[in-house]
Every structure is written in structure tokens, then in C-alpha cells.
Design a protein around this ligand. Structure first.
Ligand code: PEP
Length: 244
């Protein structure tokens, strides 16, 4: 698609205060084509206030990795969308497979989070993707369609990002073939068109690095990447950002 590229860095539960600050300062020094790229960094919650200061007046945008599916309440240890918004997050990752697996998040909770994002003018980055077992059994397309249907059908939304993240590719160094990514990006594209969502992007995520980024990003229905491991390495990010 002829859209500028969206790069979402998912720092996960990595980097201490000093490391995060240094990485952000070094990212700001990279000279890339700002007209062609939207750059979002999703750090741990406690890093948001500092990064909000470090990244002020830069082209980097802050995003959250998650937030609770209710506005507030007795949810010890959780974080509300209100705070995410107060610290200037314009995007939030939602339904990452690590949240689904380690925190038992289901599609009902995830749909509530999409709704909360939209009500709070935060652009949701909904993650979908199959396990290796589902791919081997050839039930991956039905599974992804179920995730899309249960998380965003009839959501009446102006802008949304969907990231295709096959679970077996996350952090493994294994990526699907280009044909596999095309197949799923087309499936997601037709679903979003049918839902009449005004503005959307489809990202690919799973072991993206400076070697495979350009080939994946050049695919017709893909307009960017959700990047985990490689987003923590300044040399990798420099190569990826300057390749656009
Ligand atoms: C992710 O977890 O969103 C991700 C894409 O991780 P990695 O790039 O490390 O596979």
C-alpha cells in the first residue's frame, strides 16, 4: 500500500532506566527520512515519564505495551489507560501473544481494550497470529479470523493497526515465507475492508531485523513492522530506519 511506514518498537520488559534513556538519546540522533516513517516506541510503563521528556520535540512517538481493560478499579498491579494517555502515548499494543499466554487475556478483554483506546484517542495496535500447532494443523486462517471477529467486529472505528505476529516467529529468528505473510495480510485486509474501517495499517511482527525488514515492508498490504529484539539494538534500528 502507498502509505508511509509505521515502525513500532516493542521494548518488552527490557532496559533499565539508564539503558532506556541512552537508547532513546541515540535513536534521536539517527538521520532518517521523517516524511516516510512514523516511529513509535513502547517501553515498560515506569520508563514512560522519562522517555516522554527525552523524546520531546523529536519525531518519536510513545506507545504503551498494554493497559487494563477497565477504566479503573481494584486491580492490584495493573495500569489504566488514563495514565498511559497522561504520559502522551498515542498508540497502544493490544492482545500481544505474551499477554494472551502469560496473563490469560482473551478476546473479550481485548475488545474492551480496543474500545477504550478508541474512546481515548489512542490508536490500537491489535496483535493477531497463530501458534505452530495451528499452522501445522492448517487451521491458522480460521483462528486469525476468529481473533479479528471477536476483537474488532462492529467496533465502528476510524483508525486501527493490526499486526500479524505468528507466535512461532516471535523471538525465534524464524520468519514465515513472503507468501505466508501475503496470504495473511490479504485475509486481514479483506476483513478490515468489510468492517468499513476508514483508516488502517497492517504490520508484520516476528523476528524482524535489518536483513529481512525491507523485503517484508515492500509487500503490497504491509505498511510497517512491530519489532521486538532488534528494536533494542541501536545499529539494527539505524539500518532499519535509514532503509526507508
Ligand atoms: C514481538 O514480540 O512483538 C516481536 C515482534 O518480537 P521479536 O521481534 O523479538 O520477534
Amino acid at each position: 500500500m502507498t502509505q508511509n511506514t509505521l515502525i513500532v518498537s516493542n521494548w518488552k520488559m527490557n532496559l533499565n532506566f539508564i539503558q532506556a534513556k541512552n537508547l532513546a538519546i541515540n535513536l534521536k540522533k539517527i538521520k532518517y527520512n521523517k516524511a516516510k516513517l512514523i516511529n513509535v516506541i513502547c517501553p515498560q510503563f515506569l520508563l514512560l515519564p522519562t522517555l516522554n521528556e527525552v523524546l520531546v520535540k523529536s519525531d518519536f512517538i510513545l506507545g504503551a505495551q498494554d493497559f487494563h481493560h477497565d477504566l479503573n478499579g481494584a486491580y492490584t498491579g495493573d495500569t489504566s489507560i488514563e495514565l498511559v494517555k497522561d504520559y502522551n502515548c498515542k498508540y497502544s499494543i493490544i492482545g500481544h501473544s505474551e499477554r494472551r499466554i502469560f496473563h490469560n487475556e482473551n478476546n473479550i478483554m481485548i475488545k474492551k481494550k480496543v474500545r477504550l483506546c478508541l474512546d481515548n484517542f489512542i490508536i490500537p495496535i491489535l496483535c493477531v497470529g497463530e501458534s505452530i500447532e495451528q499452522r501445522k494443523k492448517n487451521i491458522y486462517k480460521e483462528f486469525i479470523l476468529k481473533q479479528l471477529t471477536e476483537c474488532i467486529q462492529k467496533i465502528d472505528c476510524k483508525e486501527l493497526v493490526v499486526a500479524y505476529e505468528p507466535i512461532w516467529s516471535i523471538g525465534t529468528g524464524i520468519t514465515p515465507t513472503v507468501e505466508d505473510i501475503i496470504e495473511i495480510s490479504e485475509l486481514i485486509f479483506s476483513f478490515l475492508k468489510k468492517e468499513k474501517i476508514d483508516k488502517f495499517r497492517i504490520l508484520y511482527g516476528g523476528s524482524v531485523n535489518s536483513f529481512n525488514f525491507s523485503e517484508i515492508n515492500a509487500l503490497d498490504k504491509i505498511s510497517g513492522a512491530l519489532i521486538g529484539g532488534a528494536s533494542l539494538k541501536i545499529d539494527e534500528m539505524e539500518k532499519i530506519l535509514t532503509s526507508c
